[in-house]
Design a protein around this ligand. Structure first.
Ligand code: TYD
Ligand code: MG
Length: 458
């Protein structure tokens, strides 16, 4: 006789399973994440007792040398999206796109679906969050109503699988969003770990078996992770994050995992009245409305993947009335700012102890590479001394704790981009190779932060 199903408590953060409720998940230590769920149906299917399982069949073992073709891809019609995915979408692959509410996930997926459908590929769009009429209204606003996208508002997993199974082969299946799907085989509520995991699993199995590309939208939690356990990110082939500041029109699509390409590429879009527009030259956009006459602004020649991007770093050093002065950072790492201030104090003898320090990266971009140090230091020094930096200078280089300036990757590409945009001088690390055959801009090489501090403070 089968034992009556017992409910278990599943952590919505790590997927850990407990037999009794607790305020704090014993596996990952998160609070208030345990949710009661009926024991997943998978546990009841054969396979739990190995002894009773059918005898296995031999698998053919292969060598690494065998010929296999480059994964066939289809381009999406969006250069920025193709760049992020590593050259286009691979049939049979699953792609997860995460992002905050209202950032534009549904918009970009509808534009993408329309572009793919217009190119003659069978595209099905399942909307779990909006009614078909709402999606149609958006399509109308975006001027996409003529695209042959098959649309359905559906959240029942079985119905979705049945629908795509009964159709002629689909090339692209969009699910907006994975958190709204539910299967009645599970007793858990939609959006819980078991439901999300089961839905993702079935859809991926279908997509792999039928060579359809799967695009899933995933919600993010308040700390920016895709809701549900990491296991969802493990299951899919590609994970993209759609980032941006809602106060700015710029949106950045960033690959954090990609089984078919590099992960350091970004795609830049601009949210306009007619949907998302690609931005082929992001530097021009990030430097757009620059006020170069006031102190505290330095232009950083940065890299995003293989693409150079110039962006302005702004600093404000103001006298503080607080016992512990404020340090606030937007778009950069707060720890790096503390480190930079400590190095300026210890190695260059400049004290920021009586000053509030604010640092901001213009345009809502986030800088993660250490080569931003020299530009941030230049902005800080400029604000500290109240002297504006020359508007046609760019800066890059990493600063170590000793104050030494270290080489950065792709120095030539950064300089070429700066030259293209009309900059005439670059302050760069002393070490590191530069191919200056086509470079006409002035290059000043510095080996220590002191050189910069002496030049910028009277
Ligand atoms: P949406 O794609 O619904 O976001 P998500 O699916 O990530 O939650 O985007 C909604 C926002 O985008 C909304 O606040 C308005 C803005 N928007 C535009 O500015 N222009 C447009 O053409 C569209 C369709 C949306
Ligand atoms: Mg949406």
């Amino acid at each position: 006789m089968a034992k009556p199903a017992r409910n278990t408590y599943v952590c919505q953060s790590c997927g850990g399973i407990e037999t009794r409720w607790a305020g704090k998940c014993p596996s990952c230590g998160e609070w208030n994440t345990l949710v009661e769920e009926a024991t997943p149906a998978v546990a009841a299917v054969p396979g739990s007792g190995l002894a009773k399982a059918a005898r296995g069949k031999r698998t053919v073992l292969e060598s690494l040398q065998g010929k296999s073709e480059e994964a066939p891809r289809f381009t999406t019609g969006f250069v920025e999206l193709d760049r992020v995915t590593g050259g286009g979408i691979v049939p049979g692959s699953a792609l997860l796109i995460g992002g905050e509410p209202g950032i534009g996930k549904s918009t970009i997926l509808l534009q993408l679906a329309a572009a793919v459908a217009r190119a003659g590929r069978r595209t099905i769009y399942f909307s779990g969050e909006e009614a078909a009429a709402q999606v149609r209204l958006r399509a109308e606003r975006l001027g996409l109503t003529d695209a042959p996208v098959a649309l359905a508002a559906e959240t029942n997993l079985a119905n979705i699988i049945e629908t795509i199974g009964g159709e002629k082969r689909a090339d692209l299946i969009v699910i907006d969003s994975i958190q709204t799907l539910w299967s009645d085989a599970l007793e858990a509520a939609p959006g819980t770990v078991s439901q999300v995991r089961a839905a993702t699993q079935s859809l991926i199995r279908y997509a792999k078996g039928h060579g359809a590309a799967l695009l899933l939208v995933g919600h993010v939690t308040k700390d920016g992770q895709i809701a549900g356990p990491k296991v969802i990110e493990h299951m899919v082939d590609t994970v993209l994050y759609f980032e941006g500041d809602r106060g700015h029109p710029y949106r950045i699509l960033r690959a954090v995992k990609n089984r078919f390409g590099a992960t350091d590429e970004i795609g830049v879009f601009e949210m306009a009245g007619s949907g998302l527009r690609e931005v082929p030259n992001p530097s021009e956009l990030f430097l757009g409305d620059r006020d170069s006459a006031s102190p505290g602004a330095a232009v950083f020649a940065g890299m995003e993947g293989t693409r150079p991007i110039l962006v302005e770093i702004q600093a404000l050093v103001a006298p503080s009335s607080l016992g512990t002065p404020r340090r606030a950072v937007v778009g950069w790492d707060a720890n790096r700012l503390s480190m930079l201030l400590a190095v300026l104090e210890a190695r260059c003898g400049l004290s920021f102890a009586q000053a509030d320090v604010y640092l901001n990266v213009a345009g809502g971009l986030k800088i993660a590479e250490p080569a931003g140090d020299v530009a941030a230091a230049a902005a800080l020094l400029s604000s500290f001394s109240g002297v504006a930096l020359p508007p046609d200078h760019v800066y890059f280089g990493e600063i170590s704790l000793s104050g030494a300036v270290r080489a950065a990757a792709h120095m030539t590409a950064r300089l070429k981009e700066a030259q293209k945009l009309g900059f005439t001088k670059a302050v760069v690390p002393a070490s590191g190779e530069i191919d200056n055959t086509t470079l006409t801009l002035d290059i000043e090489r510095i080996d220590h932060l002191k050189a910069l501090a002496e030049a910028l403070t009277p």
